[in-house]
Each structure stands twice: as C-alpha cells, then as structure tokens.
Ligand binder design. Structure first.
Ligand SMILES: [Zn+2]
Length: 308
C-alpha cells in the first residue's frame, strides 16, 4: 500500500479522511493484478528425514528375516509385507483394498489405497512393487520404492491434503515374475476406470548406493510431460543430475501397455540386485530419503492441478 498520510493534510476532517480512504482502497483493489488479490491456496510439500523412511525398510528386513530370508510372491514374507503396509495406511485414514490374483499356483495380492476426496475422474496413481525375488529380502529392489510410496501416502494423510485430483497408491505383487500384479490390476480396470487414471508414477529401486544420477521415466510416447518435467525440476533445483529413461522394466510398463501415461524414477541397479545381499545395508539412507522427498514434492504438485 502507498503511504496514505501524504494524501491527508491535518486540517481535513475525520469523515473526509474516511471517505477518501475507502475510495483509495477500492481503487487499489481494482488496479492490482488479480493474482495478487486472490493468491491460490498453496500447500507446500513437506519434507521427511531418514527417521521417517528407514523404519519401513527395517520392518521389511525383519519380515524377510523371520520368513526364510525373502518376501517373494506366494510366501508368508510377502503376505506380512502387505499386512505391514496396509496397517499403516488404515491407521492413517486410507481406504485400503486387497486385489487378489493367482499366479504360478499361488495367491498374489495387490494392495490399493485411496485417499478420500479429489476428482474421481482425474486419478493420480503412485505405486511400487512390494515383492522380492526368492533369493533375497529385496530391500533396495523394491522395499526402497515401496517405503518411499508409503511415506508419501502417510505425509498426505498427516497434512490432511485436499487434492484437486483423486490420489491412489498401490503396492504390486509378483513384479519379479514378470509384472504380474500390475498387469492384473490394469486388465481388471473398466474402460471408464482406465480413462480416469491421468497418470501413473512408479518407483523401483529408490535407494541404490553410489547413486550419481536419478533415472527419470520420460513417457513422451503417451504425451506425458508434466510429471517428467516436475521430477526434472525438483532434482535440478537441488543440483542433482538426472538421466532420461523410457517406459519399461517395471510396473509402469503394464500401464504403458494400456495407454496410460506414466513417469517415476529409479536410482539404478545395484550389485546385489536379486541376491541375498540386497538387504538393509544395500540401501543408502540419504539416497532413499532424497528419493522420497522427490516423490512427495511431485505428488504434491500434481495433486493440486486437475488435468485440463
Ligand atoms: Zn524391482
């Protein structure tokens, strides 16, 4: 506001001052750009620390340890992984659902969690596979992605986020056997359900050691750019190098096959992939936390914008 005292010599009366003040305020409001009058309600994305992410990985390691060293499809290790994630989501206020499928003579499950609210015709779906291979506990591949997605969902709940889009989170089964769970989920979508999913974000291996650059999924083939650019911008703002990769090699491929745009990222394949040494020590907590904060930042940004 300008300094109004300049407009009012002392000899003027109170009533005149009041009238002029009203006039000046009205003029001021009329002349200001509308963006300054009514700033959109912004919700700044939270950031998390290692202590909010790593306990989930420790829990998954413990689950593997007491179930023969793995969390593979059809095992108690996988069932307990699902139960752990679901329990945390239920406590936070999500609507959770298990989607059953059968593969290789064993029962498989996808865990789907919906955050109440948002436009059901514009769904932002974020997911990661929760199964390991039979040879090891799968803590980087892909406890790391599963924990980052869980932490993001819990931050949504903690903030009481009121997104423009509907937010859904998913943990896929039997990815390691050929993207079985995510393919089953996509196959089960009605045409309308499929159309309602604006975008799928995938995380697979989010805490690899010695990560020098984050591999960001660029799905230009399906016209996706918003999420890709949001990830690129998030990393660039922090001086972190990125490298474009296409859709494939993880559950986003199931969505791409159905014409659903996707993005997401990976921190790359570790020496211990699909091995008994893919344990807690195979995850870099700083990388895992950076990945989680990148996901939170981009989910916050995309949640606020309904697709045109
Ligand atoms: Zn994986």
């Amino acid at each position: 506001m300008p300094n109004l005292s300049l407009l009012f010599p002392e000899r003027r009366g109170q009533a005149v001052r009041a009238a002029v003040l009203v006039l000046v305020l009205a003029l001021y409001a009329a002349l200001m750009p509308s963006s300054a009058q009514a700033a959109p309600p912004t919700s700044t994305a939270p950031t998390v620390s290692q202590s909010q992410v790593m306990p989930h990985l420790k829990a998954l390691q413990r689950i593997a340890d007491r179930n023969g060293g793995n969390r593979a499809h059809g095992t108690q290790g996988y069932a307990q992984s699902v139960a752990y994630v679901r329990h945390a989501l239920d406590r936070a206020g999500f609507h959770t659902e298990l989607r059953h499928f059968s593969y290789g003579g064993a029962d498989g499950y996808n865990l789907i969690a919906d955050w109440p609210g948002g436009d059901p015709n514009h769904v932002l779906l974020t997911g990661a596979h929760l199964d390991s291979v039979a040879a090891g506990p799968g803590i980087n591949d892909n406890g790391s992605g599963a924990a980052a997605v869980l932490t993001t969902a819990l931050q949504v709940a903690k903030a009481g986020l009121k997104p423009a889009r509907h937010l859904r989170f998913a943990w896929w089964g039997a990815e390691e056997l050929g993207l079985i769970g995510s393919a089953d989920y996509v196959r089960g979508l009605s045409a309308d359900d499929r159309k309602a999913i604006d975008l799928y974000l995938n995380l697979d291996q989010a805490g690899s050691k010695n990560t020098k650059q984050w591999l960001v999924v660029n799905d230009a083939a399906h016209g996706e750019s918003a999420a890709f650019q949001a990830f690129q911008a998030w990393f660039a703002a922090r001086g972190i190098a990125t490298f474009d990769i296409g859709v494939g090699g993880s559950d986003h491929e199931s969505f791409g096959n159905a014409g659903i745009p996707s993005s997401g990222f990976s921190t790359g394949i570790s020496d211990c992939i699909h091995n008994a040494c893919d344990n807690l020590a195979n995850v870099d907590p700083v990388t895992e936390t950076t990945s989680t904060n990148a996901l939170i930042g981009v989910v916050w940004q995309l949640a606020a914008t309904a697709r045109s």
